[in-house]
Design a protein around this ligand. Structure first.
Ligand code: KG4
Ligand code: ZN
Length: 337
C-alpha cells in the first residue's frame, strides 16, 4: 500500500507544533515553538499573547519543518489540524494556516480533536489493540474513554470540575512553584513522604472524578499551618496530594477495566508524564495482566505528531473538513464533526 503522509498542525494552547507523520505511526519530523517561558512570567497562559506569538512563528516553523523532513508540501497526502478544544485565538492560527495550505496545494483537510491526538500518541509507540480503555489526563481533561475500534470514542466518565493537570497547576501555585506546576509537584512528591491528611476525592461507584475539593483541601491546610506559624513541608504536601490523585485515578481505571472486560489500557495527555501515575499503573497492570501503553515522554504533552497519527485514522473513517472549518473551543470528542 502507498505510504500516506500528513502534515499536522497543533496550536491549541501555549505551543505551536508542526509535524509530518507517515501512516499514522511514524513521525518523520517535528518542530515546536514553545511560549512556556513567556507565560511562566504571568503564572499561566495569556490567550492574547499566545495567538499573537503564533502568527509571528507559524510560517517560519513550516519552513523549518520541510527542511528538517526533506519533504515538500506536494509530497503530502493531507493537511491535518487541531480544531478544538483549546484557546480560540491560538486554534484559529493553526486552522487558518492549514486551510491555506489545503486550498493552495489542493490537499484534503482533516480536522482532529485534541484529545483524539493525545490518545493516538500511543500509536506512535505500538499498534493500538481493541477494545481498549483510555485514561485521558491533561491540563483541560480527565476522561475515561472506551474504544471498541479505531476512531470510536465512548466516554464512560470524567471530571465534574477541575481537570487533573489543572489541579496540579493550582496546587503548584499554592506551593509557590512556577507554571506549569505539574512536573515540579511530581518531582517534589518523589522527595517527600505521605504525611498530610488529605481526602480521597469522589471515592464513589461512578467513573467520575472531582479535583476541585482537593485543591481547596491543600489551600486550607496551607492556611491552617500558616496561622499557627508551622512551616509546611512542600515535599510531603506534594507527595500526599499526588498519592491521593494517583490512588483515585488508578482505582476507578482498574474497576472500569474489570467491568467492561477490557485488557488494554492506554494513558494519554500531559499528566501521563507523571512518574507516580506511571509507576502505580505499571504495578497494577502487571498484577492484573493488563497490557499498558503510555506514550514516550515527548509525546505526552501537546505536540503535532500525535495529531498526525490520529489524522490517519480519521482519514480512514472518511472524516474531512472544507474551508468553512472553524475553531471549536469546547469541542466534544464523542460528537465528531
Ligand atoms: O496535555 P497537555 O500538554 O495540555 C493539555 O491538553 O492540557 O497537559 C498539560 C498539563 C499541565 O497541567 C501540566 O502541569 C501537566 O499536564 N503535567 C503534569 C506532568 N507533566 C505535565 N502533571 C503532573 N505530573 C507531571 N509530570
Ligand atoms: Zn493537550
Amino acid at each position: 500500500m502507498k505510504d500516506f503522509y500528513v502534515l499536522a498542525i497543533e496550536s491549541s494552547c501555549d505551543e505551536t507544533s508542526m509535524s509530518i507523520v507517515q501512516n499514522g505511526h511514524t513521525g518523520i519530523a517535528t518542530v515546536t515553538f514553545t511560549q512556556m517561558d513567556t507565560h511562566a512570567h504571568y503564572g499561566g497562559v495569556v490567550p492574547e499573547i499566545a495567538s499573537r506569538m503564533y502568527v509571528e512563528s507559524i510560517i517560519l516553523l513550516l519552513d523549518e519543518l520541510l527542511k528538517k523532513a526533506k519533504k515538500n508540501i506536494e509530497d503530502m497526502d493531507a493537511i491535518a489540524v487541531t480544531y478544538g478544544p483549546g484557546l480560540v485565538g491560538s486554534l484559529l492560527v493553526g486552522i487558518e494556516c492549514a486551510k491555506t495550505l489545503s486550498y493552495m496545494y489542493q490537499k484534503p483537510l482533516i480536522p482532529v480533536h485534541h484529545i483524539a491526538g493525545h490518545i493516538y500518541a500511543n500509536n506512535l509507540k505500538e499498534k493500538m489493540e481493541f477494545p481498549l480503555l483510555a485514561l485521558v489526563v491533561s491540563g483541560g481533561h480527565t476522561d475515561l474513554i472506551l474504544m471498541e475500534d479505531h476512531y470510536s470514542f465512548k466516554r464512560i466518565g470524567g471530571t465534574l470540575d477541575d481537570a487533573v493537570g489543572e489541579s496540579y497547576d493550582k496546587v503548584a501555585r499554592v506551593l509557590d512553584l512556577p507554571y506549569p506546576g505539574g512536573p515540579k509537584v511530581d518531582m517534589l512528591a518523589h522527595q517527600g513522604m505521605d504525611t498530610y491528611d488529605l481526602p480521597l476525592p469522589l471515592d464513589d461507584q461512578s467513573y467520575n472524578f472531582s479535583f476541585s475539593g482537593m485543591k481547596s483541601a491543600v489551600i486550607n491546610l496551607n492556611h491552617k499551618y500558616a496561622q499557627k506559624d508551622i512551616p509546611i513541608c512542600k515535599e510531603n504536601l506534594a507527595c500526599s496530594f499526588q498519592n491521593r490523585v494517583v490512588q483515585i485515578l488508578t482505582k476507578k481505571t482498574m474497576r472500569a477495566l474489570e467491568e467492561f472486560h477490557v485488557k488494554n489500557l492506554i494513558v494519554a495527555g500531559g499528566v501521563a508524564a507523571n512518574k507516580g501515575l506511571r509507576e502505580k499503573l505499571t504495578e497494577l497492570c502487571q498484577e492484573k495482566n493488563i497490557h499498558l501503553s503510555i506514550p514516550d515522554l515527548k509525546y505526552c504533552t501537546d505536540n503535532a505528531t500525535m495529531i498526525g497519527a490520529a489524522a490517519y485514522y480519521a482519514h480512514l473513517k472518511g472524516i474531512t473538513a472544507d474551508l468553512s472549518l472553524n475553531a471549536k473551543p469546547n469541542a466534544k470528542l464523542y460528537d465528531e464533526i
